[in-house]
Design a binder for this molecule. Structure first.
Ligand code: ADP
Ligand code: MG
Length: 298
């Protein structure tokens, strides 16, 4: 997925996105001015409490939903409708139960009008890449959660998206399965011959974000704002037992629960340029949702 030529370019610009929904009492503000970038070769995690609009944000990025105001740009152009260069992996897998695994993986390609030969070759490739060989003719109901999510991943990768959007992709899996699949996604990500060029992973799981991402966008309770953008420069594979990992977990946890950017890990300010608290980010109103868990075990 990665090219190692050292060039980076901004793929996605999220610019001052606001999103309101109608409610009994007028409108309810979910996202209140969120901005961040996703560069070529970025693995960005977006974390925040449940209900803060993370899924909504991903749908807005892909163009499935329009923001109330603000703009998403992809390669410099405004995203005004569904962007074909992005693909989504869902927490609920979102497979079509009446289609075989092979047909599920082919789904997006059929919609793009590819020839049957080209579709078959592509489906075989991504069935193989995601460890689904032998399950081509099975149906989703016959597969475990982990295997179903492999299908979700294969279906998304098969369209060779520039950007892979992942919405809590491991949250419905048991701890061991989630751990294994996270590692496999990272292996695919390291492969320079595979798409995508960038990943945006939504999670409420701080440890998961730290295990996977190069950059973490921390959102507040709704109406969400960016509390900080935290680069993660820990060496890979990440050691969750290291002091640095523990300190960053603690830092992110207090950032979200207390709602204001404070000092960095171990009471030290994060190095210049490594964290960019959003302008005006301050204490946020408590919400009825539980705080995110620092535990990546499930
Ligand atoms: P998250 O993924 O961070 O948990 P969501 O993006 O799913 O948050 O939703 C944020 C809030 O927006 C929730 O309170 C949800 O009920 C509300 N919401 C999401 N979609 C709609 C919609 N289509 N109409 C009204 N409210 C919505
Ligand atoms: Mg969600």
């Amino acid at each position: 997925m990665r090219n190692n030529d050292g060039d980076t370019m901004t793929l996605i610009e999220v610019q001052d996105i606001k999103k309101d929904y109608p409610s009994h009492h007028g409108t309810i503000s979910i996202i209140n001015g969120v901005s961040f970038d996703v560069a070529d070769n970025d693995f960005v995690a977006i974390i925040g409490p449940s209900g803060c609009g993370k899924s909504t944000m991903l749908r807005i990025i892909q163009g499935l939903e329009r923001p109330t105001s603000g703009e998403v740009r992809f390669r410099g152009k405004p995203v005004l409708s569904t962007c074909n260069e992005m693909a989504m992996v869902f927490q609920s897998f979102a497979l079509l139960p009446w289609l075989s695994i092979k047909e599920n993986v082919a789904f997006g390609l059929v919609a793009r009008g590819w020839t049957p030969e080209k579709i078959n070759a592509q489906v075989d490739r991504y069935i193989s890449v995601t460890g689904l060989v032998g399950f081509e003719e099975a149906y989703p109901r016959e597969l475990s959660g982990g295997m179903r999510q492999r299908v979700g991943l294969a279906r998304a990768l098969a369209v060779e998206p520039a950007v892979l959007l992942m919405d809590e992709p491991f949250s419905a899996l048991d701890a061991l399965t989630a751990e294994g699949l996270r590692e496999e996604v990272l292996q695919l990500w390291r492969d320079p011959d595979l798409p995508p060029e960038a990943v945006a992973l939504v999670t409420h799981n701080i440890e998961e974000a730290l295990l996977m991402a190069d950059k973490i966008v921390v959102l507040s309770h709704r109406p969400s704002r960016v509390l900080a953008v935290v680069p993660v420069t820990l060496p890979r594979p990440r050691d969750r037992k290291s002091d640095a990992f523990y300190e960053l977990t603690d830092y992110l946890y207090s950032l979200i629960t207390e709602g204001a950017p404070g000092p960095g890990p171990a009471g030290k300010a994060l190095p210049e340029g490594t964290a960019t608290p959003a302008a005006g980010a301050g204490p946020v109103a408590p919400a009825d949702d539980p705080p995110p868990t620092p535990d990546a075990s499930g």
